[in-house]
Design a protein around this ligand. Structure first.
Ligand code: PHE
Length: 477
């Protein structure tokens, strides 16, 4: 353990890699939908406030734990404070990315498929009814695309921290930013006249996104907005899944953590807002308010291709650019998921990077295959505890439920307890101020990590796991 751990070449490389992890499918397919559903500007405001308080607190804690211990998530907590609590936390924090990797690769494969479809001029077919279901229930194609996607990220992780993760983020993230700004600006200026002669423009859609809509807003509904925003924030910042610890462990001691954390947050939030600016006007212009009811896969793989098809010939180009951007976002997120597990194997079992990458990729592939089969030979319909009567889930949803709705809040709560109570908030604050930097929101950090965050996270857990629903408490939605 005497040799120095490999590191990102500089602060900028770390910020881009961490932002690459944070900016992913969540920003693109979930944030705009929630914003439209939860009263536009009201949601945006709540999200911003939570980002500056909750997001800031947990992101700071995780990056600092990573850099202080120079360990991956499996062993980092135990390095901070030996004991059972830390060991369990380490295992849980590692199980989350382990479970997310397979289905994230499946979805990455879907994105790749759509990118190829639009690139080769078959975008119009993608807009036809039944195209998406036909594709994911297929027995061969989804598997091939998943394997290609997984192979891409495995190669990047195999190459290593500087030449793999950092270099790919340095290339992909700036391109992503340019593409998303391009599509967002385009989206603002589109307009469409329907059969009854009514013209809707992108700017009308923007109003839906940004102007607070108090129609039907009750206290109960507001609580729901807060819960939605909080769940989204955690997923979006890649916290409570070991990732920021893994990346933090590659940051040099002389780097300014405070500045980096602020930049990661700004980057992630800006991309989420840009995604809203890109998607809401486009969907609103062509499909009106009903079009915006779709979320997740159906927004991205069913509604948007229809929107692109409505645009005429230019739709194929816009679609290609759009799916290229989503693909880049998915790749930089997926590598962080794989890295969190790989670095843990390296630290715990002294494995070589090559061996760790190959073994975890193979295991991930087997599980990803299972997820693919969940749509054909292993198809079942299971109503998960957090689902409504009309919904049902397949293998992908089960894995998503366990990792995101159950384990993530638990990991976040345990992190707060470890830093706030078993250790002291000073552990993290000192690490951030190692080179004489000033952590501006010190007081806020302390209060949040000790009191506010654990309590709210517990409520989030009761809600997202479906326990409230099972107890018949509909207060939270
Ligand atoms: N933060 C990413 C997003 O917003 C998603 C992600 C999830 C990344 C899990 C890494 C791990 O989509």
């Amino acid at each position: 353990m005497t040799e120095r751990r490999i590191s990102f070449s500089g602060r900028f490389g770390f910020v881009l890699a961490a932002a690459g992890s944070a900016v992913g499918l969540g920003n693109i397919w979930r944030f705009p939908y929630l914003a439209a559903k939860d009263g536009g500007g009201i949601f945006l405001l709540v999200y911003l406030v939570l980002a500056l308080t909750f997001g800031f607190t947990l992101l700071t804690a995780e990056v600092a734990i990573g850099r202080k211990t120079h360990q991956g998530p499996l062993t980092a907590y135990d390095h901070l404070k030996k004991g059972k609590f830390s060991k369990i936390l380490g295992v849980l924090a590692c199980v989350v990315p382990f479970l997310i990797l397979p289905y994230y690769c499946d979805i990455g494969g879907w994105v790749l498929k759509y990118f190829v479809a639009f690139l080769t001029g078959h975008g119009m077919e993608a807009a036809e009814d039944g195209y998406f279901t036909g594709f994911i229930t297929g027995e061969v194609e989804p598997i091939i695309y998943m394997i290609i996607f997984l192979a891409i990220i495995a190669v990047i992780i195999y190459i290593g921290v500087q030449k793999g993760i950092e270099l790919s983020s340095r290339i992909l993230m700036p391109i992503l930013l340019v593409l998303i700004i391009g599509v967002a600006v385009f989206s603002m200026f589109i307009s469409h006249t329907d059969e009854s002669g009514v013209t809707t423009t992108g700017f009308d859609g923007l109003k839906v996104l940004f102007i607070p809509n108090f129609d039907g807003m009750t206290f109960q509904k507001f609580i729901q907005v807060v819960v939605d925003a909080m769940g989204q924030l955690f997923f979006s910042l890649s916290i409570a899944m070991g990732i920021m610890i893994a990346y933090g462990s590659y940051v040099k001691k002389e780097a300014n953590l405070v500045k980096s954390i602020n930049q990661i947050e700004i980057f992630d939030t800006a991309v989420a807002f840009l995604a809203g600016t890109m998607i809401i006007p486009a969907v609103y212009v062509f499909q009106g308010s009903e079009g915006m009811q779709a979320s997740g896969p159906s927004l991205m793989f069913v509604s948007l291709p229809k929107v692109f098809a409505e645009m005429g010939w230019i739709g194929n180009i816009v679609g290609t650019v759009f799916f290229a951007m989503v693909l880049f976002a998915a790749i930089t997120s997926a590598i962080s998921i794989l890295e969190a597990v790989v670095t843990s194997l390296i630290d715990k079992f002294n494995m070589s990077r090559k061996k760790a990458t190959i073994s975890e990729s193979l295991v991930g592939m087997v599980l990803a295959l299972l997820v693919c089969f969940g749509y054909n030979i292993l198809y079942f319909e299971l109503r998960l505890p957090n689902m409504s009567e009309t919904q049902n889930g397949q293998i992908l949803d089960v894995m998503d439920y366990v990792s995101n709705s159950v384990l993530m809040p638990i990991v976040a709560i345990m992190t707060c307890i470890l830093i706030g109570w078993i250790l002291t908030p000073k552990t993290v604050i000192d690490e951030c101020q190692l080179n004489g930097e000033k952590l501006g929101r010190r007081g806020l950090f302390t209060i949040m990590i000790k009191f506010v965050a654990p309590v709210f996270l517990f409520l989030l857990f009761l809600q997202s796991s479906g326990i409230f629903r099972m107890l018949g408490i509909s207060y939270f939605g």
